[in-house]
Design a binder for this molecule. Sequence first.
Ligand SMILES: [Ca+2]
Ligand SMILES: [Ca+2]
Length: 342
Amino acid sequence: MRYVQIMFGVFCLASAGAAWAGPVVREASGPTAASIQAAVDRFRADLGPNNGVVPGSQPGGRREINWDGGGAAAAPTFDGPVLTRFVPRGARIVTFGTGFETSGAPSAEFDDINPSYSAQFAPFSPPRLFIATGTNVLDVLFNVPGNGTIAAGVTGFGAVFTDVDSDTSTRLQFFAPDGALLFERFVPAAAGNETQSFLGVSFDSGEIVGRVRIVSGNAALGPDETDARDLVAMDDFIYGEPVSTAGVVISPDSGAAFQIGSFDLVIGVEAPPAPLTGGRVIFDGRERNAKRSCWAGARRLGLAQPPPAGPLSMPGGLRQTRPSPLLEHPTVPRQRSVPFAP
Ligand SMILES: [Ca+2]
Ligand SMILES: [Ca+2]
């Protein structure tokens, strides 16, 4: 049996806007690994201890991928466009390019692609680096560590890059599980070759990151680098502990998670700048009408009545064009669970 949690004052109801602290940004760039070490370490401390390959979501901490398995003797590793080797660490990596390459012997800096690259790139964690092939764009998705079928979210993500020459070529974009863009930022550049850059962003106000898009340079590896063609390779990925997003309530605009529990469906709306005119609900992969879902929940509580015509004054001075039926019943307990048949 499914249950829907009716949260009076939140469900189907505009509420005062929640304070939203800014993302915590750690970034650095420079000629050597030492140039970024402090920023990397601060970001690691922001997230907590390294949980390695421990299966299942842990209470806190972080996971890391350094690409260095097999050491200096390892040959290049090629993956298709859906890379699942790091499901035990809670990450799947996908691309619209041809796939991925993890560098390897005899050149761990992609001389197999172009012999100029060993003078272009350098590792942060030796010896191996990572790129998408046929593109400069990839997405990192998250799963419960060890279980690739349960989608998860994280509270932060950072990556090391080598040879970022342009201030506007390389960036990270952070998306909530519902697809809303939470934040984006360019990765700081450094003059010269074989340089190091790091950008790590964590969120400390309940935001959940369901996907990170990495734009690495402005072109795929293959040709020589030019003034206009900024080629970039990647090294360490560092991210918050992946936790299942099943049952997490996501605000559509901010991505903020404001309740966690055994809910199948909860709708929340935060301080819209204009009267509410509609909504969208994705439930079990199917889109539902938010207003109908509100009324369905209200009927389960025996509350449904025809709404009065015209706008209704809302608590806190907010207004919506059609009232929530729950507003007409101020004696409803603040939380009730009722059976819900989708
Ligand atoms: Ca490495
Ligand atoms: Ca470059």
